[in-house]
Design a protein around this ligand. Structure first.
Ligand SMILES: [Zn+2]
Length: 133
């Protein structure tokens, strides 16, 4: 896992110009536990807890699978943004930046339609990134 984390972090740093932080802890967890971690509000493939600097990935994570790697890159983007103290209007606004990096990375891997690959559209990303207050 360490070389993959380092490679994906290097890509994020290259694209954003941010400073590479120390790597996060990466833990695998059952899907049920990850749903519980969102208080049942989502069914995520990945989660990043900032104060703990910990990424949770589902047990099904495969380091050689493109979708798995895209999920890890998305969570690493959250880590890099947080560790660089990137400010946003609200916590959710950083979601859009993580998605933009994930989509750009998938395009570089040769995925023609990264939205379809992730099963998400721009509207969903905008809604997930919208500040609620
Ligand atoms: Zn996210």
């Amino acid at each position: 896992m360490d070389p993959l984390v380092a490679a994906l972090t290097a890509w994020i740093v290259l694209k954003t110009g941010l400073i590479p932080p120390d790597p996060p802890r990466v833990l695998l967890a059952p899907r049920k536990q990850m749903i519980e971690m969102t208080s049942g509000t989502a069914d995520p493939h990945g989660l990043y807890l900032h104060p703990d600097r910990t990424i949770f990935l589902r047990n099904e994570f495969r380091p050689d699978d493109l979708l798995s790697k895209a999920v890890l890159l998305h969570e690493l983007a959250h880590h890099v943004l947080k560790m660089n103290d990137v400010q946003a209007q609200c916590e959710r606004a950083l979601e859009g930046e993580a998605y933009r990096l994930e989509l750009a990375w998938l395009r570089e891997q040769g995925v023609d339609d990264p939205h379809a690959f992730l099963g998400i559209n721009e509207l969903a990303i905008v809604l997930r990134s919208a500040c609620l207050d």
